[in-house]
Write a protein that binds this ligand. Structure first.
Ligand code: SF4
Length: 482
């Protein structure tokens, strides 16, 4: 069956976006098939899949981007442009530039009369200004609702703009509540418009497709490439800072893997079907256990298991004294952790390395894949509270008030204002992954615990917009089973 690109419609798993409670109970009900689908009667936000589609590709070389939407939709991507700029600085790519984006800025007139003329103009402008090899067009709720025929325009203009591949990406926000669907939309389009009917070329035995989301720092890229290269694997690092040539190289790889669990998992299944390329699907390499699992997974599909085992033992030996030292500073500290699905579970297992205790965490989705991680964490921490939701900071502050953790790991805006020491692992600017970077991350965590003064002062002067009654209410009171 052809995958639609909508994660809720995957045939091999049920997908939940609105749930919360005790992790053991949630896992039990999910497994028994008696967890009912629910909705929130109040919700604060929802990260749109268009954002994920755009940020997955924004750093591609020789590319221009047309966002066919009202201006506000692209506003969500300002962080991605910031990451792109930081990434250039770290890679020594000067002068630093912004991503080449043109937004069609659909307005009320266009909603009534159609926005196709604006789209054509924007594509033409992108071509004349930048002469890119690739023009990506991102759809939006507005363009989808008014029914602009984006595919036909792309086909039509393809003939006029020689030497450029025009790639429409269907990422209308209303299609899915799982923002990772946005990654799938981008990969489906890459397959359809770049790889097309490419046949399997001769396999390059040491080449691994390494799918990297845009939130990986350059320090992490280098650490991951170092680990792979040390066991004789060459990475085709895509699509972050990749080129058209690297995308075309995909069918020549011996195997595939992804740094983030929810980044290219569906695409890798497609590559296995289309080209017979096996893949490894484990967990983000944050923390010793996860790095071991991730590296062993990649090594196994590349036929390098023995080399990886020897290598892992040697790496453990090198960092063991440093991890023991960090453990002494962090052991027993209680943690609340909020992030997207890939990072949340990776960081939750990192908590083990340092002997910390998981009190509560968030994930954007609950499905067969996340169940594996929840069951693992249940086996380590007993039970903890889990909040399944996409961008619900009001529930986050409610949990923080109730659990009063020693440390919050996640985007720090709210927790810092409550005076809680914070650090986060969604850090494009600093190292978090692999063996060497684990030590950096541990020191960062210890530093924020041992220096809580700034957040404490912040809490004295910055106030959150919630009433006391909300802090005392049931965190999940707005979730109603259907
Ligand atoms: S595409 Fe839709 S959901 Fe996404 S930002 Fe625009 S209006 Fe919001």
């Amino acid at each position: 069956m052809t995958y639609s690109g909508i994660r809720e419609q995957r045939p091999d798993t049920d997908t939940f976006n609105d749930a919360g409670g005790c992790s053991v109970e949630l896992a039990r009900r999910f497994k028994a098939g008696c967890l009912k689908h629910a909705d929130r009667t109040f919700q604060q936000g929802l990260q749109c899949q268009q954002t994920n589609s755009i940020m997955a590709l924004l750093s591609m070389e020789d590319s221009a981007f047309v966002v066919h939407s009202p201006l506000g939709c692209y506003g969500c991507c300002s962080a991605s442009n910031d990451w792109f700029r930081v990434g250039q600085a770290h890679r020594g790519q000067f002068p630093i530039r912004n991503a080449r984006v043109i937004v069609t800025n659909l307005d009320q007139q266009d909603i009534i009369h159609g926005g196709e003329k604006k789209l054509r103009e924007a594509v033409q402008k992108a071509w004349s200004r930048y002469r890119p090899k690739l023009i990506f067009i991102f759809t939006s709720c507005a363009s989808g609702i008014i029914g602009d025929d984006v595919d036909s325009i792309a086909d039509d203009m393809q003939g006029e703009l020689a030497g450029t591949i025009i790639i429409p990406i269907h990422c209308e926000g209303f299609k899915s509540k799982v923002n990772a669907s946005g990654y799938d939309a981008s990969f489906l389009a890459i397959k359809k418009y770049i790889l097309k009917d490419a046949v399997k070329t001769e396999t390059e035995d040491d080449l691994l497709n390494l799918f990297a989301p845009p939130t990986v720092s350059f320090a992490d890229q280098m650490e991951i490439e170092r680990m792979l290269s040390d066991i004789g694997i060459r990475a085709n690092y895509i699509p972050f800072y990749a080129s058209l040539e690297k995308i075309k190289k995909i069918p020549a790889a011996r195997a595939s893997t992804a740094i983030c669990k929810v980044f290219a998992d569906e695409f890798m299944k497609d590559l296995r079907e289309s080209y017979g390329i096996p893949f490894s699907h484990t967990i983000m390499p944050i923390g010793t256990r996860n790095t071991d699992r991730w590296l062993l997974g990649a090594a196994e599909v590349m036929g390098k298991t023995e080399a990886a085992k020897t290598y892992i033992a040697a790496e453990h030996e090198k960092i063991a004294p440093l991890v023991t030292d960090l453990r002494g500073r962090l052991e027993g500290k209680r943690v609340v952790l909020c992030g997207g699905t890939g990072r949340s579970f990776a960081a939750a297992a990192l908590v083990d390395d340092f002997g910390m205790k998981l009190a509560a965490m968030t994930t954007t989705t609950l499905d067969n894949d996340t169940l594996i991680d929840i069951e693992y964490l249940n086996s380590v921490h007993g039970s903890f509270t889990i909040d399944v939701g996409n961008m619900m900071p009001f529930e986050q502050v409610n949990m923080l008030y109730k659990y009063k953790p020693d440390l919050f790991i996640g985007v720090p805006v709210w927790a810092a204002r409550m005076g809680i020491p914070t650090t986060h692992v969604l850090d494009i600017k600093r190292p978090t992954m692999g063996y060497r970077n684990l030590v950096y991350l541990g020191n960062k965590i210890a530093h924020s615990l041992e220096n809580p003064g700034y957040n404490r002062k912040l809490a004295r002067y910055a106030h959150l917009p919630y009433k006391q009654s909300w802090y005392e209410a049931d965190t999940f009171k707005f979730i109603q089973e259907l």
